[in-house]
Design a protein around this ligand. Sequence first.
Ligand SMILES: [Zn+2]
Length: 385
Amino acid sequence: MFSRSRGRVHRWPGTWFSVSVALALVLVLLVALGGAHAHPRGTQSPGGAPTAPPNSGSPAPIAAPPWMHRLRPGEKPPQFVLFSFDGAGSHEHWQRILPLAKSVGAHFSGFLSGIYLLTDAQRDHYTGPGHAPGKASIGFGGSDADVRTLVGDLNTAVDQGDEIGTHYNGHFCTGAEPSIGHWSTASWNSELRQFFDYVDNARAQRGLTVDPRTITGGRTPCLEGNWAQAFPAMRAAGLDYDSSQPSDGVRWPTNLDGIWEFWMPYVKVPALNKKVIMMDFNLWFQYNHAQNDSTRSAEFTRYTMDTYRGAYTAALNGNRAPLVVGNHFNDWAGGAFAHATEDFMREVCTKSETVCATYSEVIHWMSLQDPTVLDHYRNLPAAQP
Ligand SMILES: [Zn+2]
């Protein structure tokens, strides 16, 4: 249960204990709920599933956005905000976030649970490392029409410039043993190989247009994993970023043995006057132990917005580190977290000096910079709201 806590002792002396305890509580709850963290699949729209947009042949080359350049002397980095959604399987949420992002000029990242590309009838095509074929902690893709709908959503996202990453497959968190925290590199290799097989099959058979070469990172389920075992598999699969590990405050991504770690910020929640990992489930757990009480929805949305705004302002006025907003497509607490994230996207992505971007865009932007200029910002203290 405490396997993920060990590394933290070294990274954040002074805070590791409370973080470990908080994480342990979350894990206990996840075990108790037996998969309550699983990503809800959206209900299908009446009238059947939309089909994938027609593939219009070779797209026109997209001009680089104006912020994609080497900083001029005295120019500050844009304040990047990285919205990311784990699971990425809910049509209802895709239908809300895609037009919203487009309307405010935002790009975001959807971390797909690979088995959503398998119908329920195809569940035996997945064998989680150490588990029986067809077994997973989350649902599979549903009916043939459901998977077709998902493919359409993924294609639309890529057409809009959004990014698809991986949330792996079986979502085996602590308690669903062998959970991912106990997996070997060979286990991670198997998990990633199967993920990319599902993508390839969906391309060949269902018209998925997501190019597997553009899937270059992701987030592990429940933010778990033994990184010494997982990172070699990520590298072998061609991934170059991960966004699972927490940092105290908002920090610049760190290159860990060839993988960019985009830290999940551990920041102050004003309503609680304590620090929490800025991820929907972790916030929910701190608000009311993740009780699904929709009567407090508006209150929780406000708490979450205040947390987002505090972290954003601290980064903007401080080290300008990219701000990771981690979320699921979920309706927890009456949709409190989905509403907060959508409201924040609407509010922040149109602010000056602010760019709502994908992970790959930020990695490309970093590659354009003078290393000494970037180091100056990296060496500033982590932004603390
Ligand atoms: Zn998840």
